[in-house]
Ligand binder design. Structure first.
Ligand code: FAD
Length: 389
């Protein structure tokens, strides 16, 4: 039997793609080397920020807006809360020279996106920031952009719910099964795993940090870089009530390189904060998954102590996770080089989760209809031609 589509890699992007495919046809399958949701890729750690005015570029806004709709529809179907609105506080200097994912003007672009797309927001001066958010230490001349509808998603639950719905729609889900190769034929693609061989009209590769393996012998072999990241939960020593979602929004202190979430795991659960590090590249099967005491101490001294009030040095929990970066932080959503039957999405660059539901819809549309209503030109491989061989 020839399947209509196979999705290899059932993390954020793949579970979304399989769910969207299954709404059109039950003749689809998903394959993952582990048992998603799991803690070995890019989609774990309890929460992911979502926001609507996207400072990484206006071309992302339609993806996040569509994803909000899909998350809400999935909540209706599953009866589970996936998206929690907390508001979002994004802080920086207006004329900041800080480059975020190799682009300048993140806060300015955020404000521009909000104005262009009519996204509800307020601009706060330093004095107002200090009055409304006593949990932070603000610096003179910092401004805040506050977005009403920002919040967080539960990434593990989003994956689980989309895979459940895909199964209910008739898709087959093969876990603990690793794709080892694929090969084009006149009818589509033959996919070989460590357990079976499948024939499919279309193959979608959403293998996260492992995608570098599939691109090895293509002109894009050097395009993507994998970086180890750490998420930390630091002890709340101040009043716990000040850090819960009704008082503390999700936050990005962009110029200071810190982002985080309100506390959701009780007074002992800590405040989740993180920074981004791009010092050394790694590979998903080699990465050091242990967080050292030295790393924890450095994180506290450089990023927590100077920026918060009431957060202690003791680390309640820490988790290693992986970023797969393009050179400019944009996503790749395109056909595999020279292969119209294979699609791929590398939609990480550290900010992909909020867009993943819409990326799944795009991949499904491209696989089954050959086109999508979304403008995907900004995500095509040709945009990266100066970085490919
Ligand atoms: C620390 C951290 C914080 C982040 N914070 C945010 C945030 O706040 N907001 C936001 O929007 N985004 C955020 N992101 C980014 C977001 O989480 C990622 O964009 C997204 O999770 C990437 O999903 P993915 O599907 O590409 O990869 P994954 O979820 O890792 O999925 C890839 C899957 O492919 C499978 N696979 C790989 N190779 C094979 C094979 N050969 N055969 C079978 N299966 C295979 C793997 O097992 C895995 O399940 C963050 C990322 C990290 C690491």
């Amino acid at each position: 039997m020839i399947l209509d589509a196979i999705v290899t890699g059932l993390g954020a992007m793949g579970s979304a793609a399989l769910y969207q495919l299954s709404r059109q046809t039950p003749n689809v399958a998903g394959i993952d080397q582990f048992d998603p949701p799991h803690t070995l890729g890019s989609t774990h750690g309890d929460t992911r920020i979502t926001r609507q005015a996207i400072g990484e570029g206006l071309h992302f806004v339609p993806l996040t807006l569509r994803s909000y709709q899909i998350w809400r529809a999935l909540e209706q179907l599953s009866g589970e809360e996936l998206l929690t609105i907390t508001g979002g506080l994004f802080v920086g200097q207006r004329d900041s020279s800080v480059r975020t994912r190799n682009k300048s003007g993140w806060l300015t672009t955020t404000i521009e996106a909000a104005e262009r797309f009519g996204i509800d927001h307020r601009i706060l001066d330093t004095e107002t920031l200090r009055q409304e958010f006593p949990q932070f230490q603000f610096q003179p001349n910092e401004v805040g952009y506050y977005e009403q509808e920002a919040g967080f998603l539960k990434p593990e639950r989003c994956i689980a719910v989309q895979l459940d719905q895909a199964r209910k729609n008739g898709a087959s889900v093969h876990t603990q099964e690793r794709m080892v190769s694929f090969e084009s034929t006149v009818d589509g693609v033959i996919v070989r795993t460590d357990k079976a061989t499948y024939q499919t009209r279309k193959l979608i590769l959403t293998t996260g940090s492992w995608i570098t393996e599939s691109l090895r012998n293509t002109p894009c072999a050097d395009l993507l870089r994998v970086y180890r990241q750490v998420l930390y939960w630091f002890d709340i020593q101040g009043e716990y009530d000040q850090f819960t979602p009704d008082k503390l929004p999700i936050f990005i202190l962009n110029d200071r390189g810190v982002y985080g979430f309100p506390a959701i795991n009780g007074p002992e659960g800590g405040l989740k904060v993180a920074t981004e590090t791009f010092e050394h590249t790694t590979l998903p099967d080699d990465v050091n998954r242990t967080v050292s005491n030295l790393e924890i101490q450095k994180m506290y001294e450089q990023y927590v102590a100077p920026n918060f009030v009431g957060i202690g040095p003791s680390c309640v929990k820490s988790v290693v996770c992986l970023y797969t970066m393009t050179p400019n932080g944009d996503f790749i959503i395109d056909h595999y080089p020279n292969n119209p039957d294979v699609l791929l999405a590398s939609a990480c660059s550290g900010h992909g989760f909020k867009h993943s539901a819409a990326v799944g819809q795009i991949l499904s549309d491209l696989a089954l209809q050959g086109r999508t209503e979304f403008d995907i030109k900004p995500f095509q491989l040709t945009n990266f031609s100066s970085f490919t061989t």
